[in-house]
Design a protein around this ligand. Structure first.
Ligand code: PLP
Ligand code: ZN
Length: 388
């Protein structure tokens, strides 16, 4: 294995990877795995990837987990990057792509984070995994924990979409419904985990979900023939995918696989829960908790994110931005995308299509830019939003 240690994203303190870790022991910020990229560069070339399996474990050298350990996997990742010419023509961009993450196991990109995090938690001896979730992370943890033979303890808001609740239950997880938001679910786990023997799998509060999610960046580069797009629109909750992609870009540049050009990264959030947009527009370096968070895009109902300072840095460094979309517009545009492109997108993905229309209309994105939208989940999980 090429992972060498864990490093704090804020204070830089080094931590060992060979025991279960959550946040930095000195400053309580997220930890990033670090690798011996020089050694990886000697054994792995871009061309060698072409012959490998389709799943995200094709990037094994830049992922955690000992080489002789079996990952806990359903074949996640390797999702298609699809042209969206009809929708693109409608809004006036000539090259629009959809990275369709609804084709992952459990129908969302949460599978990417859970394959690496559950594989590592199992290897490091955890037996009971707990997660606060707005919906899809719960379903993914339930599936990967069952596959690993571990217990899953899932805490979700009482008004989480029915599909997520039923999915977790039928996959054998212990589900607790909380009268509150994902932050309240996280607080409940924090309070009880020591006594219960749970390992906290909250995103960015353990070091390995971000590693699975960073493969979005590796796949994007590989599928675009190592030329990153000009613009990425990302529906942002905890921000793990955005942060992970940026980490992947840095690693790939060190490996000599890409140059220094980066896409302009845009965070899209619902009007009813937009802590990152608000902080970005106010010029802040961290995002205070967003009051009275509400939205049908449950994956984006994250009023406070532990990786806020990293996201804000990325949005600014990349020359990107942040934009809100209201719920009614997300729901309306879902059918437009469906009719034009044949994909039943999740409301989170739909938000990016609506945002693209505004960003092109006001000239922030120009028609000759190559744009990638992440459809992070499937509309099928949100049928309650579409009742007629
Ligand atoms: C969790 C989730 C998001 C937000 O992802 P982050 O990386 O935490 O910002 C977006 N869309 C869907 C469908 C989700 O389940
Ligand atoms: Zn620290």
């Amino acid at each position: 294995m090429f992972m060498t240690h864990l490093e704090c994203t804020a204070c830089g303190l080094r931590h060992e990877w060979n025991q279960l870790q959550n946040l930095c022991t000195a400053c309580s910020k997220p930890l990033f795995p670090r690798y011996d990229l020089e050694a990886i560069g000697r054994v792995l070339t871009r061309d060698a990837l072409a012959t490998r399996e389709k799943s995200l474990w094709r990037y094994r050298e830049v992922l955690p987990l000992a080489q002789d350990a079996e990952p806990v996997t359903f074949g996640e990742g390797g999702t298609p990057l699809l042209r969206a010419d009809r929708f693109g023509a409608d809004v006036g961009v000539s090259e629009l792509w959809i990275k369709d993450e609804s084709q992952n196991p459990t129908q969302s990109f949460k599978a990417r984070g859970m394959t690496t995090a559950v594989s590592m938690a199992k290897q490091l001896g955890a037996t009971k995994l707990a997660v606060p979730t707005a919906g899809n992370a719960g379903g993914a943890l339930a599936a990967y924990a069952a596959r690993a033979g571990l217990e899953a303890h899932i805490f979700m808001p009482r008004d989480t979409p029915r599909a997520n609740q039923i999915e977790c239950r039928e996959l054998g997880a212990h589900v607790t419904l909380i009268d509150g938001l994902i932050t309240d679910c996280g607080a409940e786990i924090a309070k009880r985990k020591a006594a219960e023997g749970w390992f906290d799998m909250s995103t960015l509060k353990e070091p390995y979900r971000v590693e699975g999610k960073k493969t979005l960046g590796y796949e994007l580069a590989e599928q675009m023939n190592w030329q990153l797009p000009d613009v990425v629109l990302y529906p942002t909750g905890g921000g793990t995918g955005l942060i992970g992609m940026w980490k992947a870009f840095e690693e790939m540049e060190t490996l000599g696989w890409i140059g220094s050009k980066r896409p302009r990264m845009f965070s899209i959030q619902p009007t009813g829960c937009a802590p990152i947009v608000r902080a970005f527009q106010a010029g802040e370096t961290s995002a205070p908790e967003f009051p009275d968070a509400h939205t049908v895009a449950s994956g984006l109902r994250v009023p406070k994110a532990v990786g806020d300072f990293i996201m804000l840095r990325i949005l600014r460094e990349s020359g990107g931005g942040a934009l809100t979309v209201d719920d009614a517009e997300m729901i309306r545009i879902t059918r437009e995308v469906g009719r034009r492109e044949g994909i039943f997108v999740a409301p989170e993905g739909a938000a990016c299509f609506a945002a693209l229309r505004s960003l092109v209309a006001d000239g922030t994105i120009s028609r000759d830019e190559r744009v990638v939208i992440f459809n992070t989940g499937s509309g099928i999980k949100y049928l309650d939003c579409y009742e007629d």
